[in-house]
Design a protein around this ligand. Structure first.
Ligand SMILES: NC(=O)C1=CN([C@@H]2O[C@H](COP(=O)(O)OP(=O)(O)OC[C@H]3O[C@@H](n4cnc5c(N)ncnc54)[C@H](O)[C@@H]3O)[C@@H](O)[C@H]2O)C=CC1
Ligand SMILES: CC(C)CC(=O)C(=O)O
Ligand SMILES: [Mg+2]
Length: 371
């Protein structure tokens, strides 16, 4: 298959983790005789530095002209620490999602058997966890009208949803549940928010089209607690933009690190693949960022084009790296391996899974971190 992929590495650790995902895709292309090309474009703080715009027109053009987008991360402390900044890196990502109509963000959460001892949560609670979070991505409070009074003392952000926005992602969530354990949990705050009551009404109506799927409701505050107490109760979680953002970072604790959680942002026409984490600025250039979230996002990209065997090969290589403890310090404090070495191992394993010369013992060598 021929795929032209837009690569938007962004800021902080974005470029270094995205580079590892590209290595994995290149190894897949070689093994399976595909032709993948990569077109890089700026977004976020780096794009502001270059052009004054966090999402330059040229970047959007590249995204629209390619088959899929591989996104890194955006964000920079110089904006985080300046509440008065008028232009912000995050606007680049939000505009990109909106412009491309990427209304559904799918975030798989899994407890890896090999990492179960490393999670701060109890083994018997998290074992077997397999959740798919369907987060609405182009509506709600992140996109509603913003207000700041002239004296700077009053501010608001509107949380607005339409029936159509709820319906389209709800259908995707129910369809996903049909291929899984036939359960959808709608996470909302319908005891307080009018927008959440609309979600309940619309989703309850849609559930009638999927009689074999059980629909449950949880208020988001309780859901946050249940995620830690009993994550195995969840199959598909359906929720609005901000709740999905927050609850999925929380859920990453189950897997052992946010550096493992990938996502697919899809719409009717375009698709983008992005780790759920941010630009982790403290780690920039240190070789300590876990590239697996980005690499697994590349696997989701392949799934999107029905290259399921290829995606499975990437996941197998990732699992092998975890099994052999070839991991960054977020998962392994003894013999940590650098971002690029983890990427090298995964790409090599894709190419030569049975090669006894796959010299991962060299990767450890007893040192604390190799860059
Ligand atoms: N999709 C995106 O581009 C996102 C961008 N951001 C932006 O990123 C910047 C930093 O935000 P934070 O709240 O610190 O979130 P963050 O996700 O960048 O980092 C939070 C913590 O998660 C861990 N972490 C994140 N990625 C990791 C990785 N690959 N490997 C190992 N550990 C990892 C680190 O302990 C880090 O301190 C901000 O400017 C924020 O706006 C935040 C979230 C998503
Ligand atoms: C700009 C933010 C909404 C990014 C984020 O935290 C996310 O999408 O997970
Ligand atoms: Mg987030």
């Amino acid at each position: 298959m021929k795929l032209n992929i837009a690569v938007l590495p962004g800021d902080g650790i974005g470029p270094e983790v995205t580079k590892q995902a590209i290595k994995a895709l290149q190894a897949i292309a070689l093994e399976f005789d595909h032709s993948f090309s990569f077109t890089h474009a700026p977004v976020g703080a780096i794009a502001i530095d270059e052009t004054g715009n966090p999402l330059p027109e040229e970047t959007l053009d590249v995204c629209e002209a390619t088959d899929a987008i591989l996104f890194g991360a955006i964000g920079d402390p110089k904006y985080d620490n300046n509440p008065d900044a008028k232009v912000r890196p995050e606007q680049g990502l939000l505009r990109l999602r909106k412009s491309l109509g990427l209304f559904a963000n799918i975030r798989p959460v899994k407890a890896y058997d090999t990492l179960i001892e490393k999670s701060p949560l109890k083994k018997d609670i998290i074992q077997g966890t397999d959740i798919s979070i369907y987060r609405e991505l182009t509506g709600g409070i992140y996109f509603g009208e913003k207000f700041l009074s002239e004296d700077g003392n009053t501010a608001s952000d509107l949380c607005l949803y339409t029936k159509t926005e709820i319906e389209r992602i709800a259908h995707l969530a129910f369809k996903a549940a049909q291929t899984r354990k036939n359960k959808v949990t709608l996470v909302d705050k319908a005891n307080v928010l009018e927008s959440s009551r609309l979600w309940r009404k619309v989703v309850t109506e849609i559930a009638k089209d999927y009689p074999e799927v059980t629909l449950d409701f949880l208020f988001v505050d309780n859901a946050a607690m249940q995620m830690i107490l009993n994550p195995n109760q969840f199959d598909v979680i359906l929720t609005e933009n901000m709740f999905g953002d927050i609850i999925s970072d929380e859920a990453s604790v189950i897997g052992g690190s946010i550096g493992l959680l990938a996502s697919a942002s899809v719409g009717d026409k375009y698709a983008m693949f992005e780790p759920i984490h941010g630009s982790y600025p403290q780690a920039t250039g240190k070789g300590i960022a876990n590239p697996i979230a980005s690499i697994l996002s590349a696997a989701m990209l392949l799934d999107h084009f029905d290259l399921t065997e290829e995606a499975a090969v990437i996941r197998k290589a990732v699992e092998k790296s975890l099994l052999l403890n070839i991991t960054t310090p977020d998962l392994n404090t003894e013999h940590t391996v650098s971002t690029s070495k983890v990427g090298d191992f995964i790409a090599d394993y894709i190419s030569n899974p049975n090669d006894s010369n796959l010299n991962f013992s060299n990767i450890h060598l007893g040192q604390s971190t190799i860059i």
